[in-house]
Design a protein around this ligand. Structure first.
Ligand code: FAD
Length: 485
């Protein structure tokens, strides 16, 4: 007899584990299945985000930023250091420790909320009376039955045709986060294909640690999804920092010259520049970050009458319902931005719907963040989008250069930009490039969720001195009445 549950969640990334916890909070009997293994073969819930995504990348960004500050900026504060060194092995070990704390935290939360966790691969077996049968294949294989199923199986890195990941020379995000784990060395030359969030963050980590980084991008413009003013400012700063970009390229053959015992070696990428001229770059390692593909392999979706769409996503409606009753899908495996917090929002909404509540996700208010230095963050519409849509708007910007806290921090790059409706003054978009943009953007999200006007922000008392005063000043700039610039 199979174990019976109200809800079975397949996948324990930020989508899956949050869905399981919320459903359990609402009094449902919940199982969550996840196959991710740690180095010892044990469970490592948290998905891409915890194991090879958001969390470890931010750990390495923090370590490498400390190094960059110590190497190039401590002098301005009167701090001198002799023989500054980076212990790459220790940095990676710290990152692994941060990942483990998060894995353990999720296992603790499952226990606390009475979610039954199963370590293994989940797959659909068949529809049964009042639900679905799910097989778990792992250390202990068993069959579960759930009245409602939430698929949260996430995504994996897309490979470049003809250049599969070997995680030694051609690296996905997984290998990129393990560079130097055994050798203790940063690469001398690093190639990156794709100048999206992951390429920029990983390129920044290894540039700060001494690598000569070349980023090849197929799109003709830099950070095409960003507000154009932010993208222009960011590109200028990244180039000044030493990242080298080649835009509008066509990637050709990628050749690996393997080193001894499969270690070391080099990679040559042949490509055409935007004018069709042939080039090649040699690097010790190549990170390929050209997007991600949804994980549906091995789920046997067809056993319950489901099928992925032509791009591999599980088709769902706005409420994450699939075409089959009582089967939902959330997170990276469905349409929409591949972001952990988008997965979490869908998770909570689906769990609440299953419990008879009215969960809702406002897809127009999902913030984006790139954790480079300076950070980039935005929510709502870009200026290009408003122009395309023929929306009459007003814009206001404020540079961190004119902010006292930014000067005291020694980080005055970038600006905050507001876009507001020309008639009603409702905030339509906020774009930030500069220090702690990832934190500052939260104020914009709250304001926009309450449909605030730029005047509302301009009239709210902001602490002094704080970076958030730049948000208030940018709001004032919409009405051309900044007080400090
Ligand atoms: P995932 O996190 O991918 O989790 C899916 C889980 O399901 C995995 O554990 C997988 O093993 C498991 N699984 C799959 N199939 C099965 C099966 N059949 N049976 C059992 N288990 C299965 N997003 C942000 O918002 N902020 C960031 O800063 C950020 N940084 C990132 C940095 C990098 C390098 C990368 C690669 C991604 C980053 N992301 C970031 C994106 C973020 O990681 C994803 O959007 C998020 O993890 C998606 O969550 P998910 O729950 O849908 O899927």
């Amino acid at each position: 007899m199979s174990k019976q549950f109200d809800v079975i969640v397949i996948g324990a990334g930020p989508g899956g584990y949050i869905a399981a916890i919320r459903a359990a909070q609402l009094g449902l009997n919940v199982a969550c299945i996840d196959e991710w293994k740690n180095e010892k073969g044990g469970p490592a819930p948290g998905g891409t985000c915890t194991n090879v995504g958001c969390i470890p990348s931010k750990a390495l960004l923090q370590s490498s930023e400390h190094f960059e500050q110590a190497a190039h900026h401590f002098g301005e504060h009167g701090i001198s250091l002799k023989d500054l060194k980076m212990d790459v092995k220790k940095m990676i070990a710290r990152k692994d420790g941060v990942v483990k704390q998060n894995n353990d935290g999720i296992l603790y939360l499952f226990k606390k909320n009475k979610v039954s966790f199963f370590h293994g691969k989940g797959s659909f077996v068949k529809a049964v009376d009042g639900g679905y049968e799910i097989a778990v294949t792992g250390d202990k294989s068993e069959t579960l039955t759930g009245k409602q199923i939430i698929v949260a199986t996430g995504s994996s890195a897309r490979q470049l045709p003809g250049a599969p990941f070997d995680e030694e020379n051609i690296l996905s995000n997984d290998g990129a986060l393990r560079i130097g784990k055994t050798s203790g060395a940063a690469p001398k030359k690093l190639g990156v294909i794709g100048s999206g969030v992951i390429g920029l963050e990983m390129g920044s980590v290894w540039r700060r640690l001494g690598a000569e980084v070349t980023v090849l991008e197929m799109a003709p413009s830099f950070l095409g999804g960003c507000d154009a003013a932010v993208a222009k400012e960011a590109e200028k700063i990244f180039r000044k920092q030493g990242l080298s970009f080649e835009l509008g390229v066509k990637i050709g053959e990628v050749k690996v010259a393997a080193g001894k015992n499969g270690k070391g070696g080099s990679v040559t990428v042949h490509y055409e520049d935007a004018n069709g001229k042939a080039h090649s770059i040699d690097s010790d390692r190549l990170i390929v970050s050209i997007g991600r593909v949804p994980n549906t392999e091995g789920l046997t979706l067809d056993a319950v009458g489901l099928a992925p769409d032509e791009r591999g996503f599980i088709p769902v409606d706005d409420e994450c319902r699939t075409s089959v009753p009582n089967i939902y899908a959330i997170g990276d495996v469905v349409r929409g931005p591949m972001l952990a917090h988008k997965a979490e929002e869908e998770a909570v909404a689906v769990a609440e719907r299953i419990a008879g509540q009215h969960g809702h996700v406002d897809f127009a208010l999902i913030p984006w963040v790139i954790y480079t230095s300076p950070e980039i963050a935005w929510v709502g519409k870009t200026e290009q989008q408003l122009k395309e849509q023929g929306v009459a708007y007003k814009a206001g910007s404020f540079p961190f250069m004119a902010n006292g806290r930014a000067r005291a921090l020694g980080d005055t790059t970038g600006f905050v930009k507001f876009l507001a409706d020309a008639k009603t003054d409702e905030i339509l978009g906020v774009h930030i490039v500069g220090p702690y943009a990832s934190e500052l953007i939260a104020e914009a999200c709250v304001a926009m969720a309450f449909r605030a006007s730029s005047e509302d922000i301009a009239r709210i008392c902001h602490a002094h001195p704080s970076l958030s005063e730049s948000t208030k000043e940018a709001a004032l700039a919409v009405d051309k009445r900044t007080l400090s610039f």
